[in-house]
Design a protein around this ligand. Structure first.
Ligand code: AMP
Ligand code: MN
Ligand code: MN
Length: 329
């Protein structure tokens, strides 16, 4: 699903001067790396670029080259020529960054979420791409936009983060070809980037894992695994929201588990639901869409109103129903 060509986007990028590049709340490495890469490329062309995210730059991604460019959005809206949403399945997941864009002549939406409805004037949604960073790479290369070491490192980090370091099923030959090109031409030190991405966590993340493992539950058949984080535990351990990114992989990694779910109590009376599937026949995006969320077939999320216990019950029931109807060998 894609109505706009890279050529059309390339033309708009060259013909305008003031840009705002945005991504989703609670950003991940793909969102932040893609934003910085595109921003740095446009800066090389002499453009005026704002790079906003509701949560600002996260501590864990502050190693990304020119991480300083990414800020929280200003409280007073700013007019730009072009606003670009990256990696954002629904427009309101831009959060306060959306409100910070006063007027924009053109809205561009570049994403890889299948559930993206295609908001904006120019839309590129490639749900086969394992990361938005891969689409940004292809845009930059095909349009002859600047690509230097800093841009390459941001793109590599984006792709590594969203592919689970080149493991998840959408990782393709093209993904490795792009990664190879980034490593070669950007002269990247893969070991160092990987260490920054996967071996530089604060100790409190492990303390958090210890606590949430105490809440771990498995369904009778062992196909559904879940755990949860209450506001109280989060406060007791003084964790940051970013600390739990990726912990769900511990559930996914268990033999026999098909669906893994993480429930996180939020301060606004909602529960953040994070879901993973290990089988294409069990589409967690469809399950999350029933709760107003979205994402990908094998990785999706939603924010559901209710207490932790209520939401756990409702969501686990929906998963049980889905598994009953899916033919799993
Ligand atoms: P997460 O579990 O937060 O890592 O998210 C998994 C995938 O689902 C990511 O690609 C998210 O962008 C997407 N996603 C998470 N929460 C939502 C939501 N509330 N609405 C739409 N998509 C979401
Ligand atoms: Mn993302
Ligand atoms: Mn992504």
């Amino acid at each position: 699903m894609s109505d706009t060509t890279f050529e059309q986007i390339g033309r708009v990028l060259r013909e305008h001067q003031r840009f705002a590049i945005l991504s989703h709340v609670r950003p991940d490495g793909d969102a932040l790396g893609s934003q910085l890469a595109l921003a740095l490329s446009l800066q090389q062309l002499g453009k005026h670029v704002r790079v906003w995210n509701e949560d600002g730059m996260l501590e864990k991604y502050s190693f990304l080259p020119r991480a300083d460019l990414l800020t929280k959005p200003p409280s007073v809206a700013e007019d730009v020529d072009v606003a670009i949403a990256l990696d954002t399945a629904i427009q309101n997941r831009l959060g306060t960054a959306l409100a910070a864009v006063g007027s924009a002549k053109i809205w561009i939406n570049i994403d890889h979420h299948r559930s993206n409805p295609g908001y904006g004037d120019m839309v590129i949604i490639d749900s086969r791409a394992p990361a938005t960073g891969e689409i940004i790479f292809r845009l930059i290369k095909s349009q002859g936009l600047p690509l230097n070491h800093d841009i390459a490192e941001n793109l590599y980090a984006a792709m590594s983060a969203d592919t689970g370091s080149f493991q998840y099923p959408k990782t393709s030959a093209r993904t490795f070809e792009i990664a190879s090109e980034l490593v070669r031409d950007g002269v990247l030190d893969v070991g160092r980037i990987s260490q920054q991405l996967y071996e530089s966590f604060p100790r409190r993340r492990l303390e958090l894992l210890r606590e949430i493992l105490r809440t771990m539950r498995f369904s009778e058949c062992g196909q559904v695994a879940s755990f949860s984080l209450s506001l109280k535990t989060a406060a007791d351990l003084a964790v940051l929201p970013e600390d739990n990114e990726g912990l769900i992989d511990h559930l996914r990694a268990v033999r026999g588990v098909i669906v893994a779910v993480f429930f996180e109590e939020l301060a606004d009376g909602k529960v953040r639901v994070s879901m993973r599937s290990k089988d294409e026949k069990v589409d967690v995006c469809a399950i999350c869409q029933k709760f107003g969320g979205g994402g990908h077939t094998l990785a999706a999320g939603a924010r559901v109103r209710g207490s932790l216990v209520e939401v756990e019950e409702k969501v686990l029931e929906e998963i049980r129903e889905t598994l009953k109807h899916a033919r799993i060998s």
